[in-house]
Design a protein around this ligand. Sequence first.
Ligand code: AMP
Length: 125
Amino acid sequence: MPVEALGPYDKDNIFARILRGEIPCRKVHETEYALAFHDINPQAPVHVLVIPKGPYRSWADFSHLASEAEIAGFVRAVGEVARMLELEAPGYRLLANAGLAAHQEVPHLHVHVFGGKPLGPMLVR
Ligand code: AMP
């Protein structure tokens, strides 16, 4: 079910529970500001999710409310994941769904990192 980009943060969403260690994930990378783990339903040979540790629902509230340190830490973590997974030379795709029109399903900001094969054109037409 898609969720709205704005609104109160649901502290019991699945990624909040992963951050609290209540449910497992296949961790790729962790910093003070971000956690990266493999998507449970991969859409490419490499499909990793990077999430900020703070309680942000989507790019909308994160870009508006997060501190400079949180934003820098999160963006750097996304780049570090791509580097660690050796995706920089072949190339990779970043995707962040925000809200209903984008079919965001989990109400905690996440950036998808896709790679491991030629990914084709950007959107399904
Ligand atoms: P989105 O549609 O952008 O909100 O994407 C949510 C993503 O979270 C989907 O690709 C799901 O496969 C993924 N996902 C949902 N639950 C888990 C989980 N427990 N561990 C890893 N990935 C998950």
